[in-house]
Write a protein that binds this ligand. Structure first.
Ligand SMILES: Nc1nc2c(c(=O)[nH]1)N[C@H]1C(S)=C(S)[C@@H](COP(=O)(O)OP(=O)(O)OC[C@H]3O[C@@H](n4cnc5c(=O)[nH]c(N)nc54)[C@H](O)[C@@H]3O)O[C@H]1N2
Ligand SMILES: Nc1nc2c(c(=O)[nH]1)N[C@H]1C(S)=C(S)[C@@H](COP(=O)(O)OP(=O)(O)OC[C@H]3O[C@@H](n4cnc5c(=O)[nH]c(N)nc54)[C@H](O)[C@@H]3O)O[C@H]1N2
Ligand code: SF4
Ligand SMILES: [Mo]
Length: 760
């Protein structure tokens, strides 16, 4: 956790000649920041971090009117009262002179970087006029709305709905969509992993010690350090997780599916699977077992370079630790076009050993409604929702609604990158405008050139951000959102094994003219003539609606920031169920074995876990049963290009934040010594990476910690936008090298491609 003294802070905040560039450009911004000491809202405020979308519970206080000290909220035990390096750097964003603090209107060409400051009223009027004109001429569906999902996306999507457009998108198809859709197909819903109680963890490129999720990262640390769990890692490069593992296998990129299927093969052929569990809770086992007969470890070795004998041994070790063992299903699901089956195969390896609702395995979230049913008691309050009536029913289909195979994705965030197809090729019809918030597709979608072309072609683009991001630089209007430290938001559900709620609360008074999303999109809605769909007055009235006017509950949640109810419950874990029934005398009666196994139900067509799925078969013939299909991620003479997160930056978001930019501003390209040797490349050399869509100049980092046929770079660097002055031109821009490719069923945008390498 990071703490800064005031001197370091001031030095950091003023760093770089970049400040002047923007100050000259936007006289209001810098002045607003420098003249305003931070005004604390309370002594110690419980809130929620937003330095990444993990959204950890935090506790923050203003120090000397200049700094904000941020730590983890101690009420949230699984987070250990800690934040990560980025979480500790929140004040550096808050107080960054390069932040935008006034609405901006583009005056030059798109992307030229000529802005004028305008009032909110002018911004709202301009947007309302443009969007309503487009609606009158082309229909509401000609406007797309997009936002990284989370606390603030709901308000933008609500505006989209009120406007009548079916086209709302989260970032899902660039991040979790693969495993979310695989889980939907198999379990009918999302599932969680209990890493902390696991005794044997098999990890396929889940980068938890760099791509941090505080509670999961801490869970894995706990398993390794306190429970002596064994960690086996399949990763093309020697990541920090690989470094901390008991065993690391440098798997060929995009071949995890083969290894996962071979693990399942051994579990079934050697009769290591949980017969009784399969019998009671699973359908489609026979078809799956028949299919995996062919996927021997020897076959998988040929595909993945993971030795067959190790796959066999690991399958046996894993089964020996069942059910307190887990095959981690990963997070960023953008490795291969076969994401859907890869993630399904990872889930299958869990189902086979019956670790569902067992300690150290997988489980379903227990929100208040479910938990209370089991307890026979109102242990946790349920939250109310503002019922908004009369929302228009869109007359058009979504732009990604072209092929039935993607049906599960339409309600899970949609296929984000189809915005480009609809804009550039009128597929399936012409988009005219894009309203986005908290997303930077120029960095985070593939094929940057195509994103630029799309933004240039659209009639109207609105971007809500805290910086002039690479994408915002192409907007017509930029709306400056308050940072998370300046805003209140709805109470959010944080239930895990038991119900929990938490809330974001402002820590400091607003700097400049910024506003929170909920207010921006409500006021914009009103200007657009949609006021009837925003019946709440402010965040306070929304929160009171949520707590059903229970002021005591409201105060408790606000005071503690994080409130959890009851005891952790996993339905098939005898000790947990025993503790639960002892605590709640009116609890539902258990099965004869002292568990709630028979009460376990899944929102699939059969009500059971569907190892093979008729529903998927109907959506896409031949896809019902998990199957290996070869993929071609690169040409024979190319190298695989893969990416990952680095501990001190978030996606395409934080590279301009002074403190974090100071910590790391470049992404050296990892190259194996033999590969580098053949090309005459040494560490520190300037190199060129070329792919089918783009070319980037970078710096070589020669290391044995990567496969010979693969190069790796941390993502989010190499901004080409002059406004993000601290990040501009530093390192390679990953999105500029990746072709636009969409995976079957889950619609994932793929982040692995082939490149060639040359010394400059
Ligand atoms: N510090 C930090 N923490 C973050 C984030 C951040 O940006 N910074 N972002 C948050 C978000 S949005 C997410 S989604 C999560 C991401 O969490 P993860 O998905 O765990 O992290 P990534 O680093 O994106 O990618 C995972 C790893 O996969 C490896 N890899 C690439 N291709 C393959 C392959 O084909 N097979 C295998 N087995 N491995 C492969 C990469 O080398 C990388 O180490 O992290 C979250 N936490
Ligand atoms: N090449 C490549 N591309 C990737 C990945 C990869 O590994 N490689 N990873 C993928 C993954 S896992 C993900 S999750 C996506 C994420 O991609 P995006 O959905 O684009 O999200 P971020 O890059 O996290 O942040 C986007 C923007 O949010 C702004 N922002 C930050 N805080 C706030 C706020 O409080 N309010 C508002 N309005 N804006 C804010 C930031 O300034 C930034 O411009 O990228 C994906 N793209
Ligand atoms: S993982 Fe770090 S940056 Fe992300 S929300 Fe938690 S503390 Fe903040
Ligand atoms: Mo992500």
């Amino acid at each position: 956790m990071i703490e800064l003294d005031r001197r370091t802070f001031i030095k950091g905040a003023g760093a770089g000649g970049a400040t002047c560039a923007l100050a000259t450009l936007l006289p209001g911004s810098l002045a607003a920041l420098e003249q305003q000491p931070l005004k604390a809202v309370g002594k110690e405020v419980a809130s929620i971090c937003e330095m990444c979308s993990t959204r950890c519970p935090i506790s923050a206080r203003v120090v000397d009117g200049k700094n904000v000290f941020i730590s983890g909220n101690k009420e949230a035990k699984s987070f250990g009262g800690k934040v990560c390096a980025r979480g500790g750097a929140g004040h550096s964003l808050l107080y960054d002179p390069q932040r935008i603090v006034n609405p901006l209107r583009r005056v030059g060409e798109r992307g030229e970087g000529q802005w004028e400051e305008i009032t909110w009223q002018q911004a709202y009027q301009t947007i309302a006029k443009n969007l309503n004109d487009i609606k009158a001429k082309h229909g509401a569906e000609a406007v797309a709305f997009s936002s990284k999902s989370g606390s603030l996306s709901g308000h933008l999507f609500h505006l989209g709905k009120a406007f009548g457009s079916p086209n709302s998108f989260t970032h899902a198809s660039t991040c979790p969509g693969g495993y979310v859709i695989a889980a939907k197909a198999m379990f009918g819903t999302k599932v969680k992993r209990d890493l902390g109680n696991s005794k044997y963890i098999i990890n396929f490129g889940h980068n938890l010690y760099e791509g941090i999720n505080m509670s999961e990262t801490r869970g894995m640390m706990k398993a390794q350090m306190e429970k002596n769990a064994k960690l086996v890692v399949f990763e093309p490069r020697f990541s920090v997780v690989a470094d901390k593992a008991d065993e690391w296998f440098a798997i060929r990129p995009g071949t995890d599916l083969a290894v996962a299927l071979a693990l399942c093969h051994v579990l079934i052929e050697d009769k290591l699977y949980d017969h009784a569990f399969i019998e009671q809770h699973v359908v489609g086992f026979e078809a799956f077992a028949e299919e995996v007969k062919a996927y021997t470890p020897e076959w998988a070795q040929g595909v993945s370079d993971v030795p067959a004998k190790d796959i066999r041994r690991i399958a046996h070790e894993y089964a020996a630790h069942a059910p307190h063992a887990v095959v981690d299903f990963g997070h960023r699901a953008t490795f291969t076009p076969e994401e859907f089956d890869m993630r399904r195969a990872l889930f299958a390896a869990n189902v086979l050993i019956g670790n569902i609702e067992r300690k150290g395995g997988l489980y379903l979230g227990k929100k208040a409604k479910t938990y209370n049913k089991f307890a026979g008691n109102k242990v946790a309050p349920t939250l109310g929702k503002p019922g908004v009536e009369g929302l228009p029913k869109p007359t058009a289909k979504r732009i990604d609604q072209v092929d039935e195979q993607y049906a599960m994705m339409w309600s899970s965030g949609g296929i984000y990158q189809t915005i480009l197809d609809a804009t550039l090729e009128a597929k399936p019809y012409q988009l005219k405008a894009w309203v986005m918030s908290r997303t930077n597709p120029m960095q985070t979608m593939t094929d940057r050139a195509r994103v630029v072309e799309s933004l240039k072609k659209l009639d109207f683009v609105v971007c809500c951000d805290v910086y002039i991001s690479e994408t915002a630089a192409y907007a017509d209007i930029i709306l400056p959102e308050s940072t998370y430290l300046e805003r209140d938001e709805e109470i959010a559900d944080k239930s895990g094994k038991n119900p929990a709620y938490y809330v974001r609360q402002r820590v400091v008074e607003t700097i400049g003219q910024t506003k929170p999303s909920w207010q921006i999109f409500k006021e914009l809605g009103e200007e657009m003539g949609l006021g009837q769909f925003f019946p709440w007055e402010n965040m306070e009235s929304l929160q009171l609606l949520q707590v059903n006017r229970d002021v005591t509950l409201w105060n408790t949640i606000k005071e503690k920031g994080y409130v959890s109810y009851g005891k952790p419950l996993m339905l098939r874990e005898p000790s947990m169920v025993a503790a639960f029934t002892a605590h709640y005398p009116e609890a539902k009666a258990t099965d004869a074995d002292g568990t709630y196994a028979s009460a376990m139900s899944f929102k699939t067509p059969s009500g059971k876990i569907e190892l093979s799925s008729d529903k998927v078969e109907k959506m896409a013939a031949g896809r019902g049963v998990i199957k290996y299909r070869p993929v071609q991620l690169k040409q024979a003479d190319e190298l695989y290009f893969i990416q990952g997160k680095v501990a001190v930056h978030t996606n395409g978001a934080t590279h301009n934040i002074p403190m974090l930019a100071n910590l790391m501003s470049d992404n050296g390209v990892w190259i194996h010594p033999l590969t580098a040797g053949k090309l005459g490349i040494s560490s520190g050399d300037k190199i060129r990476l070329s792919s089918s869509v783009g070319s980037e100049e970078g710096t070589a980092l020669v290391t044995p910690g990567i496969r010979q046929d693969t190069v790796f770079a941390y993502m989010g660097f190499g901004s080409k936008n002059k406004e993000l002055a601290r990040a501009t031109g530093k390192g390679i821009h990953c999105g500029n090298l990746l072709p636009h490719q969409t995976a079957p069923i889950c619609g994932m945008n793929i982040h692995t491609t082939g490149i060639t390498l040359a010394k400059i």
